[in-house]
Design a protein around this ligand. Structure first.
Ligand code: FMN
Length: 367
C-alpha cells in the first residue's frame, strides 16, 4: 500500500522523482473562488529552490511552477489543481556509484529492500526535490488562507545549526536578510564561517527549524484523534531528514513544574489573554488563539565526501564516497517546506471545523 497524499479535506498528492522529466502535486479540496496565479506560488518556490547561496546544493533548478488545471480567470474552481515543476538540471552520471552501493544514512537500502527496484538517480523519489511539490501545494493553501484568515502570518526560521544556537536576542526583522533564515545578523555571520568549514571539508551538519503561525483563531483542531498537534507533527515528520518534532515546550516540558508550564489566563478586552505560551498554542488538540509553535530537527545530510563503509546490491562489503551536488545542511531549505506544511494543516483544520460546526465562527468567547 502506497500513500502519497497528505490532508483530510484540503489534500495534496505529490508525484515525481529527482531525475524524471517533472514532479508536482495534485491539490484537491481547495475552496472555489480563491485568487491564484503561478506568480503567487513562485514566491514560495523561489525560497526553497537550490543554488541560491553557496550553503545549498549547487544543482541549478529554476523550479518554475505551472498550473495545469483547477484555475479559471485567475480563481480556483473547486476542481483538482494540478501543479507541475519540470526538472531541468539532472546529472545522472554523478550517481553511477549508488546504483550498486547504498549510501549509509540514506533511503537507498530501505527502498531496495521494500520494492526490489529503485530509481537511484539523485535518490529518485527519496530526493528532497519532492519537497518542491509540497511548497507549491502550500502556496495554494496560503492563497486560500489569505482570504479566509487574513491576519494569519506563517514564518519559519532556523534556531540551531550543528551545536550552534542563536547568539543574543532574536531580531525577527533579520530573518529574510541572510541565507540561513536566522533571526540574528551576528548569528548569521557566525554560522556562515562554521558552515563554510563543514562544506569545504565535504561533511554536513543537522539543524533545528522553528515554524510559527501568528493570528490563527482559537478552535482549530478537535479532541483525541483529530488533534491539530497530531497533524502538525505528522506534517513536519513527513519532511525528508526530520528526526524530531516538538510543539511549544516539547521535550523540555518534562523538566518543568506545573506552575512553570501551565499558561495562566486573564480576561483581555477581546477575549482570553494567556500570560505565556508553553503549550505552543494548542490545548486538548485545539488551538488557543496564541501563536502555533512547532520545531523540528533535521539530521546531517547523509551524502558526504568522506569514505563510508557500506554494502553492494550483491551483498558485498565495500566503501563509498558520495559524489554529486548536495546540501551541506538541509535545514536551510527545509524552512520554506515547514512553512508550507503549516499552511496546509491550518487550512485543512479550518475546512474540518466548517464541516462539523458550519458557519459558527471560530475563536468566539462566551456561551
Ligand atoms: C530541503 C532538503 C534538502 C535535502 N538535500 C539533501 C541532499 O542534498 N543530499 C542528501 O543526501 N539528502 C538530502 N536531504 C535529505 C534526504 O532527502 C533524506 O535524508 C532521505 O530522503 C532519507 O529520508 P530520511 O532522512 O527522512 O530517513 C534533503 C532534505 C531536505 C528537507
Amino acid at each position: 500500500m502506497s500513500i502519497n497524499t497528505f490532508g483530510h479535506l484540503f489534500r495534496f498528492t505529490t508525484w515525481g522523482e529527482s531525475h524524471g522529466p517533472a514532479l508536482g502535486a495534485t491539490v484537491d479540496g481547495c475552496p472555489p473562488g480563491i485568487a491564484l496565479t503561478e506568480e503567487m506560488l513562485q514566491v514560495w518556490l523561489d525560497k526553497r529552490k537550490p543554488g541560491t547561496s553557496k550553503y545549498t546544493t549547487q544543482r541549478r533548478e529554476p523550479d518554475q511552477v505551472e498550473i495545469l488545471s483547477g484555475v479559471f480567470d485567475g480563481k480556483t474552481t473547486g476542481t483538482p489543481i494540478q501543479l507541475m515543476i519540470r526538472n531541468t538540471d539532472q546529472r545522472s552520471k554523478d550517481y553511477g556509484d549508488i546504483s550498486e552501493k547504498f549510501r549509509p544514512g540514506h533511503a537507498d537500502i530501505t527502498y531496495f529492500q521494500k520494492y526490489g527496484i529503485r530509481d537511484y538517480r539523485g535518490g529518485g523519489r527519496s530526493s528532497a526535490r519532492e519537497t518542491a511539490a509540497r511548497v507549491a501545494a502550500g502556496g495554494v493553501a496560503r492563497a486560500a488562507l489569505a482570504q479566509l484568515i487574513p491576519d494569519l502570518e506563517i514564518k519559519g526560521y532556523m534556531t540551531q545549526i550543528g551545536p550552534n544556537g542563536i547568539i543574543g536576542a532574536r531580531d525577527m526583522a533579520e530573518i529574510d536578510n541572510n541565507p540561513f533564515w536566522v533571526p540574528s545578523a551576528v548569528t548569521a555571520q557566525n554560522w556562515a564561517a562554521y558552515l563554510d568549514d563543514i562544506r569545504k571539508s565535504g561533511s554536513s551538519v543537522g539543524a533545528v527549524v522553528e515554524v510559527v503561525a501568528k493570528g490563527a483563531p482559537a478552535g482549530l483542531g478537535a479532541p483525541i484523534y483529530a488533534k491539530i498537534d497530531t497533524d502538525l507533527a505528522s506534517a513536519m515528520m513527513s519532511i525528508n531528514a526530520v528526526k524530531g518534532v516538538e510543539i511549544g515546550e516539547g521535550m523540555n516540558a518534562a523538566r518543568l513544574t506545573g506552575e512553570e508550564n501551565a499558561d495562566e489566563i486573564r480576561m483581555g478586552n477581546d477575549g482570553p489573554r494567556y500570560m505565556s505560551n508553553h503549550a505552543g498554542g494548542i490545548l486538548g488538540g485545539i488551538s488557543t488563539g496564541q501563536d502555533l509553535v512547532v520545531r523540528f530537527a533535521v539530521k546531517p545530510t547523509s551524502s558526504i565526501l568522506t569514505s563510508r563503509k557500506t554494502i553492494t546490491k550483491a551483498g558485498e562489503d565495500t566503501d563509498l564516497i558520495t559524489k554529486g551536488r548536495h546540501d551541506p545542511c538541509v535545514g536551510i531549505r527545509a524552512v520554506p517546506v515547514g512553512e508550507a506544511m503549516m499552511a496546509c494543516v491550518i487550512l485543512d483544520h479550518l475546512l474540518l471545523h466548517r464541516g462539523q460546526n458550519g458557519e459558527t465562527p471560530l475563536g468566539v468567547f462566551g456561551e
